[in-house]
Design a protein around this ligand. Structure first.
Ligand SMILES: *Cc1c(COP(=O)(O)O)cnc(C)c1O
Length: 230
């Protein structure tokens, strides 16, 4: 695990330098979904400070077991409105907001605990039925609607592009997400900050970094194969 992590960190640094970016501008979220607390602890002790989780119930238990560590937990799974209450308690950044309804509930729950919840808007780049996210065409409108929720702070965009074994096939999707981020940023909507681009997983993070990723979400390449794939 320690070796794998070292390799990932080196690969992130090399990808950044190869395209003239500062490696410090790319943060690693280690995706620990499906792995128990005991498997996550060594990663934290090797310096991982952001963990990504996809399921609320699983995350609640794991975060409780690892509460002594000063790490940041990010939610990267599909979030149902009825779980918003837990999500705002547990997570520093929620990557997967794709509707006004969910945003409204998150803001309401964040207000109850006097929190400003940081979120990303999830974009469905390939318009895939199987994936969550708002379409590229409707993203700006959603950002404008979310901007009125006082207990949310929109930090940027996230996407899981259509899968391919060949990272170069995914590059145009990453590029499009970056362009969309720039376009929404240029609108200067109050309360909408567009600094983060959450994109890139184990198989394609190098290309994502070349296209501007600020947060890469890497699971398998750090923890190994999950017992079941999600
Ligand atoms: C599981 C997951 C990842 C990590 O994928 P790997 O291929 O294991 O690196 C990244 N992002 C999201 C949204 C995920 O659900």
């Amino acid at each position: 695990m320690k070796n794998r992590l070292e390799n990932i960190r080196n690969a992130i640094r090399e990808a950044a330098i190869s395209c003239g970016r500062n490696p410090a501008d790319i943060r690693l979220a280690a995706v620990s979904k499906n792995f128990p607390a005991d498997a996550v602890r060594p990663a934290i002790e090797s310096g991982v400070d952001i963990l990504g989780e996809s399921y609320i119930q699983e995350a609640r238990e794991k975060i409780a077991l690892l509460s002594s560590y000063p790490v940041s937990w990010h939610f990267i799974g599909h979030l149902q409105s009825n779980k918003a209450k837990y999500a705002v308690k547990l997570f520093d950044l929620i990557h997967t907001v794709d509707s006004v309804r969910l945003a409204e509930e998150l803001s309401r729950q964040a207000a109850r605990i006097s929190k400003i919840q940081r979120i990303l808007i999830q974009i469905n780049l390939g318009n895939e039925d199987s994936k969550s996210g708002i379409s590229v065409d409707n993203a700006e409108k959603l950002a404008r609607e979310i901007s009125r929720f006082e207990h949310l702070s929109v930090r940027g965009l996230m996407s899981i592009p259509p899968f391919s074994d060949e990272p170069e096939q995914i590059r145009p999707h990453f590029k499009l997400l970056g362009e969309l981020r720039d376009k929404i940023k240029a609108c200067a909507i109050p309360n909408i900050f567009m600094d983060e681009l959450s994109m890139g997983m184990s198989g394609d993070f190098r290309v994502a970094i070349e296209e501007g990723a600020t947060l890469v979400r890497i699971g398998t390449a750090i923890f190994g194969e999950r017992a079941y794939k999600t």
